[in-house]
Design a protein around this ligand. Structure first.
Ligand SMILES: [Zn+2]
Ligand SMILES: [Zn+2]
Length: 275
């Protein structure tokens, strides 16, 4: 069903429970072999698995990205089922847990719908051909149904309306996702004007903020603060964090409405009424 991209604010939305399954950059924190202060810190919030969240929207359970740490993440913060997997892009830190989706295939006795752009779905077919070879289906292979989505075209998942958003990851256009009053945008280095317009009315955002030192494909903390200010959110959480950032020390310098996310964090939003 094609529906117009406008009117996000007028949508009734169920309560949202967002679990930060991982808040770390591609190597995770601690980084193997690194002896820096953050990597050797005893603060549990300085231990960051690869970036991913789960979203419970009413009775619907949605996973965003299937990180390398998927197994440990789901053992620690279980989802009873996965109604949909949304893939922001196919870099290894965001998809290489795909083989462990098998556990949910067994639990649910069926394939898991996987949503991304055609560009990334094709990349999945190339990178994980064994998942899409019919001869191997049912033989210990993760089963996903690939469903193409486009930025700006909302789709429905278990009665939950999800709006894919185009964001830039260096020169690569990847996806963020809006769920009514909430948006998740990881691996972001720029937000195009037309996407900013589609974020009107978002109250809480999870945005990536790699570190203070500039990077070609990721926002710095300062750029992420500026982007959150532009969107006009009440609360921003930053994810995809490198070992340059100590949790406490970084938070002390952030505005009161912005905080580093941490693994296991639960963010709850009340239901919003429709027009
Ligand atoms: Zn990444
Ligand atoms: Zn380190």
């Amino acid at each position: 069903m094609m529906s117009e991209p406008q009117g996000e604010r007028a949508q009734a939305y169920p309560p949202l429970k967002i679990r930060v399954l991982g808040s770390g950059t591609s190597m995770g924190v601690p980084v193997v072999g690194c002896r820096c202060a953050v990597c050797t810190s005893s603060d549990p919030r300085n231990k960051r698995m690869r970036s991913s969240i789960s979203v419970q929207a009413g009775d619907t359970w949605i996973l965003i990205d299937c990180s390398i740490d998927f197994r440990m993440q789901l053992l620690t913060w279980p989802m009873p089922r996965i109604d949909a997997l949304l893939v922001t892009h196919t870099h290894s830190d965001h998809i290489n847990g795909i083989d462990d989706l098998r556990c949910y295939n067994y639990l649910q006795r069926g394939p898991i719908p996987l949503y991304s752009t055609e560009y990334f779905l094709n990349d999945l077919r190339v990178r994980f051909p064994y998942c899409f070879n019919p001869l191997q289906r049912g033989g210990g292979v993760p089963e996903v149904d690939l469903i193409g989505v486009e930025p700006g075209r909302p789709f429905d998942c278990g009665g939950v309306r999800i709006l894919p958003l185009a964001i830039m990851h260096g020169r690569l256009s990847i996806l963020g996702f809006r769920f009514g009053p909430f948006a998740y945008m990881t691996d972001c280095s720029a937000i195009p004007e037309e996407t900013l317009a589609k974020l009107a009315g978002v109250r809480v955002v999870i945005l990536s903020a790699l570190r203070h030192t500039p990077h070609p494909t990721h926002f710095t903390v300062e750029q992420a603060v500026e982007a959150a200010r532009l969107i006009g959110v009440e609360q921003a959480y930053f994810t995809h964090i490198a070992d340059e950032l100590d949790h406490e020390a970084t938070n002390r310098k952030l505005p009161p409405w912005a905080r580093l996310a941490y693994d296991g964090q639960l963010i709850e939003l009340a239901a919003t009424g429709g027009a």
